[in-house]
Design a protein around this ligand. Structure first.
Ligand code: TXA
Ligand code: MG
Length: 356
């Protein structure tokens, strides 16, 4: 892609929303606009324009067989995208939209194959962010948007992360500050009954189970290594994801054992001359002494851990560490999404502490 100039529009207050008119024009004209959502920044284009959607794949270096999420601003827009809204999806829409829940529906023919990577289904979500909603409304078209990072890099939670990856590759970056949730939306397939959780995210499995007691969970959601015969239902699940430049090792188990194992591993790697980063929690950080220790949150503050996770990967890269030793968290509530991202970033280098 030829280098182009990327403009930055800052929108920090409601009064700034009119400045989005220019970004909306760019979307309508077939350009690329990165924008904040409540989860992570998205890289948006007109979802109904195959050429515009094609630019997303080029800018990110994204494999063409990984479909995009289509973002809408009003529930009524769903009827123009899908052929059917299954009965079991209705209460989910009522409860979780706008919000970090993406649902898979059977698609209407006019949605380009580029957007859905040739699948007969389409992923749709209504983001809970005033800037995203205003942009979609002003553009007057649904916006296809993956996370606004280079393919394989950690998802961006600030406009600076977006610019670090995509400056010169997109027309506009809308700076709306830090995103709130920090991990991507939950992806749920409602074309099948019972529905299947394909990617854990901002809406927890337990929250979904209140509506769907028979919820099925796809292999890979826990972020554990795929079996030989693994056939992902969500194409995005098969790619290495979220990875910083440094190697990541996740250490899981009872917290005291985790601390001890991380101290041992840190010593071992330092003896080999490697620069070690430790992703710690508030309760444990002091035990690691010197070195590059980043606190992502308290052990019981999973919302804070999720919000800081991707930013800390990027911070460790900026610090030039060779290896990141990350404390594991219990895979319940938001912990499931956190562990899915951590284990994938680790390329399944998982150490169990305190066993045997
Ligand atoms: O929070 C989010 O979801 C962010 C913000 C920008 O909305 N977006 C995001 O998009 O994370 P992306 O492209 O990074 O992840 C989309 C995921 C991928 O795992 C993809 O394979 C899956 O959704 N997906 C999209 N369409 C699908 C479909 N028709 N069937 C199954 N999986 C689908
Ligand atoms: Mg992504």
């Amino acid at each position: 892609m030829s280098k182009q100039e990327t403009r930055v529009i800052s929108v920090s207050r409601r009064e700034d929303l009119p400045a989005l008119a220019e970004a909306a024009r760019v979307i309508r004209g077939g350009g690329l606009v990165a924008f904040p959502t409540e989860t992570v920044y998205g890289l948006g284009a007109n979802a109904l324009d195959p050429a515009a959607v094609g630019k997303i794949f080029v800018a990110k270096g994204r494999p063409g067989d990984n479909p995009l999420i289509v973002h809408i601003a009003r529930e009524g827009e769903l009827d123009r995208l899908v052929t059917r809204v299954p009965d079991r999806a209705r209460p989910l829409l009522a409860r979780f939209w706008p919000g970090p829940l993406t649902l898979i529906f059977p698609k209407q023919d006019h949605i380009p194959a580029e957007t859905t990577a040739g699948l007969p289904t389409v992923a749709v979500r209504m983001p809970a962010h005033p800037v995203a909603l205003a942009l979609i409304d002003m553009a007057g078209v649904p916006i296809a948007a993956p996370s606004a990072n280079l393919s394989g890099r950690p998802s961006p939670t600030t406009a600076q992360h977006v610019l670090a990856d995509l400056a010169g590759r997109v027309d506009i970056v809308i700076d709306g500050g830090r995103t709130d949730v920090g991990v991507e939306s939950t992806v749920l397939d409602v074309t099948v009954d019972p529905p299947v959780l394909l990617r854990p995210g901002g809406i927890t499995r337990e929250e979904l189970e209140e509506f769907l007691p028979d919820l099925q969970v796809d292999t890979g959601v826990g972020g554990l290594p795929p079996r030989e015969d693994f056939r992902p239902r969500s194409p995005g699940m098969k790619y290495t994801h979220y990875a910083p430049e440094a190697e990541v090792v996740v250490v899981e188990g009872p917290v005291e054992a985790v601390q001890e194992k991380i101290r041992d591993l840190a010593r071992f790697y330092r003896e080999q001359g490697l620069k070690v980063g430790i992703m710690a929690s508030r309760e444990t950080a002091a035990a690691y002494g010197e070195g590059e220790v980043l606190v992502v949150g308290g052990r019981d503050e999973l919302a804070s851990v999720a919000a800081n996770l991707f930013a800390s990967f990027r911070r460790f890269d900026a610090l030039g560490v060779d290896i990141i030793l990350a404390e594991g968290f219990e895979a319940v509530g938001l912990g499931l999404a956190i562990m899915n991202r951590l284990r994938k970033a680790a390329g399944y280098r998982i150490v169990k502490a305190g066993e045997g």
